[in-house]
Design a protein around this ligand. Structure first.
Ligand SMILES: Nc1ncnc2c1ncn2[C@@H]1O[C@H](COP(=O)(O)OP(=O)(O)OP(=O)(O)O)[C@@H](O)[C@H]1O
Ligand SMILES: [Mg+2]
Length: 422
């Protein structure tokens, strides 16, 4: 299907928008951006009331006029559960206004950077990036024409009351028609820190331009810092970010760049695969970066590793070494990305699997006394992840002991009966 307007959005009269926002009262202001101010509003239609976000173009913005039209065109054609819904627009007198569904938790940048320790847990961060990635995948592949967002960044990912993410702002987006399969030459636009270096140099953008920007968002989610703050992530204009993250991986210093409020929550194999996605997708050569569909699949795998629902994260295949290190802040050995530590292959020389469980218990208990809630949470999760193999070990041990008891009872019975017969 090529991109033709499927459901043109509604046109609202200006007086309806004025009523909805108390005539753009500052008390309803919820944000400000390059386009203009954003207000919270209540749209009334009969007995129905809908909460909306109203984005009002600031006067005199030429770039804004173009964005206004692109936004209406794109969001009328592209509808996805993780793309913000444009409910309508208003173009009256000098006013140009966009009306969106209201996302009560605002943008991801505010959640992440303005309120550090705001409680965005690692699993929530993973869910947010998977949802945003799905929306981008839809833009890239949902129609025969490809849509490139060109302004992917944390402040363009909005969150609803359940922390579900939606991509917003398609005002800078562009279409690569179905019959044109190579990159499109345009003037460079986007936001500093997120712009693909290849695009900046060549003026050629493609779906891989969005992959780069999106992965900068992943890096921000991992480090809890803004790409341009210079606090953890080096300036992408002067540093090859892919090489930098690869260095952190091979030096075993990944944990030092991770947001300290979540570092103890991340399962090592999840952390490693997340870092791998980042380093691959930040490569300068766009053809070496994975497609968005691959990024989605890899992020889903990473989530499964985190939650323990993936077979590759079971005790046998997973990185138990990393799990031990989770309680050891020096964590020196678990950063080798391709190193999948098999606890049985190295421990069986001196311990049987049952003893491995005891070793783990000692680590967990020793640390539980001094750890905070996150560690207790990890211990709980780890115990539950270990449950299957441990239960099996104990089951076989019990069965063996039962056999032994039965055998010895029979021997005893045999000897006794012979003795009394004499
Ligand atoms: N649908 C919405 N629901 C709730 N809040 C919104 C909505 N749309 C925008 N906002 C808020 O308004 C802020 C300003 O939005 P806007 O898209 O104009 O600028 P920005 O993306 O923050 O920055 P820039 O103009 O550089 O792209 C957002 O960051 C967000 O907090
Ligand atoms: Mg925005």
């Amino acid at each position: 299907m090529s991109l033709v307007s499927e459901r043109p959005c509604q046109e609202y009269p200006l007086d309806m928008i004025q009523r909805a926002t108390d005539n753009f009262d500052e008390s309803n202001l919820i944000g400000k951006g390059g386009f203009g101010k954003v207000y919270k509003g209540m749209l009334y239609s009969g007995w129905n009331m809908t909460v909306v976000a109203v984005k009002r173009l600031k006067p005199g913005s030429k770039q804004g006029v173009q964005q206004f039209h692109t936004e209406i065109k794109m969001l009328s054609m592209c509808r996805h559960s993780h793309l913000v819904t444009l409910m309508g627009y208003c173009k009256e007198n000098e006013e140009m206004i966009l009306v969106y569904e209201y996302m009560s938790r605002g943008n991801l940048a505010a959640q992440l950077f303005k309120f550090p320790n705001s409680g965005l847990r690692w699993e929530q961060r993973l869910n947010i990036c998977i949802q945003a990635a799905r929306a981008l995948q839809y833009l890239h592949t949902g129609h025969s024409d490809m849509v490139i967002h060109l302004d992917v960044k944390c402040s363009n990912i909005l969150l609803d009351e359940n922390m579900n993410a939606k991509i917003s702002d398609l005002g800078l987006s562009t279409i690569i028609p179905a019959n044109q399969r190579e990159a499109l030459t345009t003037f460079v636009q986007g936001t500093r820190g997120y712009i693909d270096p290849h695009y900046r140099k060549s003026n050629k953008c493609s779906t891989q331009t969005d992959v780069y920007a999106f992965v900068v968002v992943l890096l921000e989610l991992l480090t809890g810092t803004h790409v341009t703050s210079g606090r953890v992530i080096p300036d992408p204009d002067v540093t090859h970010l892919a090489k930098w993250i690869q260095q952190q991986i091979s030096n075993g210093s990944l944990n030092q760049i991770i947001d300290q409020s979540i570092v103890h929550e991340i399962a090592p194999n999840c952390r490693n695969s997340f870092a791998k996605i980042i380093s691959k997708s930040l490569q300068i050569d766009p053809s070496k970066r994975p497609l968005m569909s691959t990024v989605v699949a890899q992020l889903e795998d990473a989530l499964a590793m985190q939650t323990g629902t993936n077979p590759s994260s079971s005790l046998v295949d997973g990185d138990l070494h990393g799990y031990f290190n989770r309680f050891d802040t020096t964590d020196t050995n678990s950063d080798d990305l391709d190193d999948h530590f098999n606890p049985f292959s190295t421990h069986t020389a001196s311990h049987d699997p049952g003893e491995d469980f005891n070793i783990f218990s000692m680590h967990a208990n020793a640390n539980a006394e001094t750890s905070d809630n996150h560690d207790s949470f990890n211990i709980f999760r780890l115990t539950s992840r270990l449950r299957t193999p441990v239960t099996d070990n104990w089951k076989s041990k019990c069965e063996f002991m039962l056999h032994q008891i039965t055998f010895h009872t029979l021997v005893l019975y045999f000897l006794c009966t012979r003795h009394f017969h004499k």
